[in-house]
Design a protein around this ligand. Structure first.
Ligand code: WTA
Length: 697
């Protein structure tokens, strides 16, 4: 491989200024044991071999009936993969491993309190638990194939047990991140039409046993207000037999799972043979409008894609100990804690709590004690661990062969610390770029075949063919130093099927911009619009800039500006609200909130506090704004649109640009003074994605 060139600063509409980083090669030791070493793999998965190339992913699974049609495009752009095939995800992740791996750990669970012992759940034990809980779901809660079940739980093994039990029955699970509020959970219950909610009484976070069941009451109330009744709330207990919540159990609605399990001891539930295109789960994510969208993922396509990418990118072998620090409530946890690793008979680690609790060495102690050799986390956590204990990793005797970073762009200096200090110079790093919608990785290096380059997600995955379009739909070539909208030319098995109950939104959001012919049944006419800005270097590696739509990536979590704004607008004094991302050393981006008041109200700390409280209770603490600025008026276009771009520039002390065409240019200076103080205008270059934010498109 030749040395990377320095990409010249271009005068493009969106100038990209970063310099190219050097290549780093994987070690011979890593290559010698890697799952994917075929230098021709990208040819095997070339566009001329599409879609047949994906047969090899399907062949990683066990099928009750083999499929007859690899890709059916007749209902474009709702693609159907492996049509005619029948399988069950719970069978593929549990039962089929019993012959060889019955007594191997499937899940290693680490409770947050350090005096509570680790728990090793073997494949046999997982099989027993999944069956017994499936029996509770089917025979006690009346759950059957096609029903939606909402799961709002912390990071405990009962969560994957619940997911796999749903999958065994063919019920569609919708896991809501445990940190989300009861209200957010309730909206998702209503949207999905779930009659059953699975929750837990409490869990540990930073040394405190938090009451979680109280959120279930709020969730059920919210769902009912939106017209969806929940008739059973199944409550796991963090300590079976002891209830740690201040909220009473509601008679005839709330049931302790440990009690119900007693009558199902020894139950075995035959896995239901599902069609490959039957939905496996919904995962809600943020978009441009206030309402979160339920991304619907399939059974056969999804599982084969996460199995394939876990095997070839994460290099998981059954004898590895794999730890992904994400929360299962996000897509990363679904694909790369639960389904990908378990489909490969891996040992997957789950940690209940905060990575720096009770001190900065905790994560590395866990790695040492469990002999973790594959590690997976997000830049926001890497920054946090680095800040809390830059020298901690060397105090512990663990050795990673492989590390992943996911969820946000990673700064080259943070990448370097991850490589040198966390990975001790021994581990390869895969920077994996993908989305809730895409089910699995879109871009990453294949670790034994392609060199690493700090800050770059690498080339595309085998069988994924990206293209960068400018605003007119013309291709932006590699090495041009210009960025544009990164799209994927072709469908792939892991891609979501639709937005639950809203096909129109699915079509318009992801295909509206670049579809060549809305009548076409030909996949080539339907490039998938990711919503990310990116540039491609001359060597083919992609560098992801971040979202081009109204989404803020806070500590790796996607939040829609509209969701935050609507939460702010529930405060009665607020007339208008605008949310913008502001750069933050640890969390990447955090929201800044600008509000203007209705006439007759005066600005003050009480209103600021009300706005923060509204956001925390409606969405959750992760969405808490860094600042709430009460402004006299919002900068607006002549058509009355709030200029979020201008507010983002102010929050980030970036160049505000030309504001003379605004309806009220004088407001800009008063807002700027309020935020930055009087005196000289400070301007800085600012991160690339913030330059894109709020561009009118
Ligand atoms: C961003 C998380 C840069 C991107 C799996 C994407 C990344 C959004 C990377 C999806 C990466 C994810 N480098 N940016 N390696 N991975 N992103 O749906 O903006 O929670 O569109 O899925 O995160 O976030 P989501």
């Amino acid at each position: 491989m030749s040395e990377p060139e320095v990409v010249a600063t271009s005068e493009a509409q969106i100038a990209v200024h970063w310099k190219e980083e050097a290549y780093i090669q994987p070690s011979a030791q890593f290559i010698a044991q890697a799952n994917m070493t075929d230098p021709y793999v990208h040819d095997r998965f070339g566009l001329d071999r599409f879609p047949e190339c994906f047969k090899e992913y399907a062949d990683l699974l066990d099928w009750y009936a083999y499929w007859h049609t690899l890709l059916d495009t007749s209902d474009a752009p709702c693609w159907k993969w492996f049509v005619g095939g029948k399988l069950n995800v719970s069978y593929n992740c549990v039962d089929r491993h019993l012959t060889k791996y019955r007594n191997k750990a499937a899940i290693l669970y680490v409770p947050e309190p350090e005096d509570e012992a680790h728990v090793a759940i073997t494949y046999q034990e997982l099989y027993v638990r999944v069956n017994e809980f499936a029996a509770v779901l089917r025979d006690f809660a009346g759950v059957k194939a096609g029903d939606r079940v909402t799961i709002h739980m912390p990071m405990v093994p009962e969560l994957p047990v619940a997911m796999l039990a749903c999958a065994r029955l063919g019920a569609i699970h919708s896991v809501v991140f445990g940190g989300f509020s009861g209200k957010s959970c309730g909206e998702r219950i209503a949207d999905s039409g779930s009659r059953v909610l699975i929750t837990m009484d409490s869990y540990y976070r930073s040394g405190t046993l938090l009451d979680h069941k109280e959120k279930a009451d709020e969730a059920v109330k919210t769902a009912a207000e939106e017209g969806q009744d929940v008739d059973k709330v199944l409550v796991w207990r963090r300590y079976p037999g002891q209830y740690h919540s201040a909220t009473p159990m509601q008679d005839g609605r709330d049931y302790f799972v440990d009690n119900e399990l007693k009558t199902h001891v020894g139950s075995r539930i035959e896995p239901v043979a599902l069609a490959a295109e039957d939905p496996l789960f919904l995962m809600y994510t943020s978009g441009t409008t206030g309402r979160p969208k339920g991304c619907q993922h399939s059974t056969g396509g999804y599982l084969s894609y996460v199995a394939g990418t876990s095997k070839y990118v994460q290099d998981i072998h059954p004898e590895d100990v794999y730890w992904c620090m994400a929360d299962i409530g996000w897509i990363t946890g679904h694909s790369y804690i639960v389904y990908g690793p378990l489909s490969l008979a891996a040992t997957t680690v789950m940690y209940e709590g905060v990575p720096t609790y009770p001190d900065a060495g905790r994560a590395w102690r866990i790695a040492e004690q469990l002999a973790v050799n594959i590690f997976h986390t997000a830049p926001t956590t890497i920054r946090m661990l680095r800040k809390a204990g830059p020298d901690e990793p060397q105090k512990y005797n663990y050795h990673f062969k492989h590390m992943t970073t996911v969820g946000e762009p990673i700064e080259p200096e943070v990448w370097q610390w991850y490589y040198d200090v966390v990975g001790k110079g021994e581990a390869v790093i895969c920077d994996t770029w993908w989305q809730t919608e895409t089910g699995g990785f879109l871009c990453s290096t294949l670790p034994a075949l392609q060199a690493m380059k700090a800050g770059s997600a690498g080339p595309s995955m085998p069988g994924i063919h990206p293209v960068i379009y400018d605003e007119n739909g013309d291709e932006v070539p590699a090495g041009s130093g210009k960025a544009g909208n990164i799209c994927i030319r072709n469908p792939w098995p892991g891609g979501f099927q639709t937005i639950w109950g809203d096909r129109e939104r699915y079509v318009s959001t992801y295909y509206g911009k670049y579809c060549r012919n809305p009548e076409s049944k030909e996949w080539r006419d339907w490039p998938y619009f990711t919503g990310d800005g990116a540039m491609q270097a001359a060597d083919g590696y992609y560098r992801i800039l971040g979202r081009v739509d109204d989404v803020i990536n806070v500590a790796g979590h996607r939040l829609g500006t509209k969701e935050l704004e609507s939460a702010g607008l529930t405060v009665e004094e607020i007339a208008e609200a605008a949310v913008v991302p502001v750069a933050d050393d640890i969390r990447g981006r955090v929201p800044d909130m600008y509000v203007s008041l209705k006439p007759g109200f005066d600005a003050g700390p009480v209103i600021e506090a009300k706005v923060i409280e509204a956001i925390e209770t409606i969405i959750g603490k992760i969405a808490r704004p860094k600042h709430v600025y009460i402004v006299p008026d919002m900068p607006k276009t002549r058509s009355g649109k709030i200029m979020r771009r201008v507010l983002a520039a102010i929050s980030n002390t970036m160049d505000i640009g030309d504001v003379t065409t605004l309806a009220n240019p004088e407001v800009v200076e008063s807002v700027r003074q309020m935020v930055q103080g009087e005196g000289m205008v400070v301007t800085q270059e600012g991160p690339e994605d913030l330059k894109l934010f709020g561009e009118e498109r």
